[in-house]
Write a protein that binds this ligand. Structure first.
Ligand code: IPD
Length: 264
């Protein structure tokens, strides 16, 4: 087995356990533990508990690796590997009982910096949907055992496009203006509420494209690799890396069309 496959096996195992815990806590009822940067930016006790579980399992199995988690921050490791974790991506859905939320776990190599790291394994487990999306660098992307391929959308219009909106109300006007620029390409628009699921759906051909401003690395580290391994293009505009400025995922031709529309 390659290192990538080993890391993926561990990510899948931990994502399963973490997802089951999140699912169980959801059925017991969820309380919002705190509001972070804005009204929509919430954390539940379950987010913290699930991240603790993931962090403890990784520390036990791979003590030399680094960690970057949405809720508990960063810790540099001594190996070349960092785990990038969103314990519950789609927290607002989770809090409202909408089953579109996921545990997202990625292993990246290189400096623990999204500007330069390389994702090598990623698992996105959506327990409310009963779906596990995975990818290992160079080995393709899977939904369960089924191989994924992005939908090669061809044409100047008719794409099913997903996006998201930042939590900060001050950013809403700009986000809506960007969506308006992309609309001529679209058949319809989805706002699923969990970036890792949006990306996994692009990989599965359930969405033609996804773009969002304001994403954090833990939102896209696993899902971005899943898109690339399904033959899609994932990144920022102008050949840049995905960043809080803009992240786009689609088949290569549609990626370019969205990039151009956003730049207008
Ligand atoms: C959020 C979700 C949402 C996206 C936000 C993310 P969180 O992650 O992925 O779809 O629009 O930008 O922050 O806070 O639920 O982990």
């Amino acid at each position: 087995m390659s290192l990538e496959t080993d890391l993926l096996a561990l990510a899948v195992d931990i994502a399963c356990e973490a997802g089951q815990l999140a699912h169980r806590r959801r059925s017991e009822g969820v309380a919002i533990a705190a509001t972070k940067s804005a009204l929509a930016d919430i954390v539940t006790e379950a987010d913290r508990e699930v991240e603790e579980l993931i962090r403890a399992r990784l520390a036990a199995e791979r003590p030399d690796d680094g960690f970057l988690g949405e809720e508990s921050g960063a810790e540099r490791g001594t190996s070349d590997i960092t785990w990038v974790v969103d314990p519950i991506d789609g927290t607002v859905n989770y809090a409202y009982g909408i089953p579109v939320y996921a545990v997202s776990i990625a292993a990246v190599t290189g400096e623990p910096d999204p500007e330069s790291w390389d994702a090598v394994a990623g698992a996105v487990f959506a327990p409310g949907l009963g779906e596990m999306f995975t990818a290992a660098r160079g080995e393709g992307a899977l939904l369960g055992r089924e191989r994924l391929r992005v939908h090669d959308h061809d044409g100047p219009t008719g794409a099913l496009v997903a996006t998201g909106f930042g939590y900060d109300p001050a950013t809403h006007e700009g986000d809506l203006a960007r969506l308006a620029r992309v609309m001529p390409l679209a058949r319809d628009v989805r706002r699923l509420g969990a970036a890792s699921v949006d990306l996994s759906y692009v990989a599965a051909g359930r969405l033609d494209a996804y773009f969002e401003r304001g994403l954090n690395p833990w939102d896209h580290a696993a899902g971005g690799l899943i898109v690339q391994e399904a033959g899609g293009r994932f990144g920022g505009p102008g050949g840049r890396r995905p960043s809080t400025t803009m992240t786009i995922a689609a088949a290569p031709a549609l990626f370019q069309q969205i990039e151009r529309a956003l730049a207008r």
